[in-house]
Design a protein around this ligand. Structure first.
Ligand code: COA
Ligand code: ZN
Length: 311
């Protein structure tokens, strides 16, 4: 059974676009519940400007209060040196730096051009100096909602530059669900060939209903690491039209059914997923929590027994 590794991003990507502030107690309780489900990694929060992402202004408190489970890595999103210092102080297990491969989205999200971002993040890598592993999330790798096409060559160029800095991993993000499976297949092949020593994670959004098809294309292309968000919540507030990530439990259920080992206790995860609408105060896009697993059967109507006897 091929082992796959899931990173749960609901309390970061999932919550950052929610309109109503989610109390710190609820965030901590949710992360603690997710820690019992078998995830390889949990992206707990982000150390961004509280003006840019008010939902995650309680990042220090969240990191200080969660119960860390051995074997689970607690990663955090970091946009700049200030964020890196806050993350180190909070003893994050990994710093997940972020920039966009689209100039327009980088300006909208991080308020600077890509070259300036790259230089600033290179300075962060130097500053951290191996004390904590570093992952870099590259946004809009399959298309930008404002610019359109992002050439694969641009994605490869930034991926190579970060790999040359010695970062442990790269997350290839489809920020607004523009990827399609043929594109995913081609890009993951090129990335794995060019960067055989870099841990690659794929981060999909289901904005146009292609999320699970893209997961399948990636896994069949050899990718073993995925981001997912409980209930399918999520989206970048600085990407017009953004909507939810792929739903973790839906993706994990599909991969389990296909015989992959996701490490996740699905029954346990479903219990956590079913409590999510009451945390955010509205219904969520995920389907498995509503439908149940393919093994959760219903009793046949009583007349079926009569028909069976008569047959
Ligand atoms: N943590 C806390 N505060 C921070 C910060 C950080 N990492 N980085 C900047 N700030 C504060 C500054 O102290 C300053 O505060 P002040 O107005 O009270 O003086 C304010 O934010 C602006 O700082 P500046 O350096 O001018 O940044 P900016 O306005 O150019 O914003 C970012 C740049 C990257 C900090 C900001 O846009 C950001 O945090 N974006 C997050 C984007 C994100 O997470 N998107 C979703 C995920 S893809
Ligand atoms: Zn995302």
């Amino acid at each position: 059974m091929k082992r796959l590794y899931f990173n749960e991003v609901v309390t970061r990507d999932g919550f950052q676009i929610e309109p109503e502030f989610i109390p710190t107690d609820d965030k901590v309780a949710l992360i603690d519940a997710l820690s019992q489900c078998g995830y390889a990694k949990i992206e707990a929060t982000s150390f961004t400007s509280p003006k840019a992402i008010p939902m995650l202004r309680d990042a220090e408190e969240v990191m200080g209060r969660i119960q860390r489970v051995p074997g689970v890595e607690y990663t955090v999103l970091v946009p700049n040196l200030r964020g890196a210092e806050r993350a180190l102080e909070s003893r994050a297990d990994e710093l997940n730096l972020v920039m966009s491969t689209s100039e327009t989205h980088n300006l909208a999200n991080l308020r600077m051009g890509r070259e300036k971002s790259f230089e600033a993040l290179a300075a962060v890598v130097k500053h951290v100096d191996g004390r904590t592993p570093i992952n870099v999330s590259l946004s809009t790798c399959f298309g930008c909602p404002m610019e359109g096409d992002v050439p694969a060559a641009e994605v490869m160029r930034f991926a190579r530059r970060f790999a040359d800095l010695g970062v442990r991993g790269l997350t290839i993000c489809d920020t607004t669900g523009m990827a399609h499976p043929a594109q995913v297949q081609a890009l993951v092949e090129a990335l794995q060939q060019a960067l055989p020593h870099t841990e690659l994670t794929l981060h999909f959004h289901n904005t146009r209903g292609m999320g699970l098809a893209n997961v399948l294309a990636a896994v069949q292309g050899g990718i073993i690491r995925f981001d997912g968000s409980l209930g399918g919540l999520g989206g970048c507030p600085y990407a017009p039209g953004a909507s939810g990530n792929i739903c973790s439990e839906d993706a994990i259920h599909m991969l389990d059914a296909m015989g992959y080992d996701t490490g996740i206790k699905l029954e346990h995860l479903l219990q956590v997923a079913r409590a999510l609408p009451s945390v955010v105060g509205h219904a969520v896009p995920g389907q498995l929590a509503k439908a149940g697993r393919i093994t959760d059967l219903h009793p046949a109507p009583t007349y079926v027994a009569d028909l069976r006897r008569a047959a």
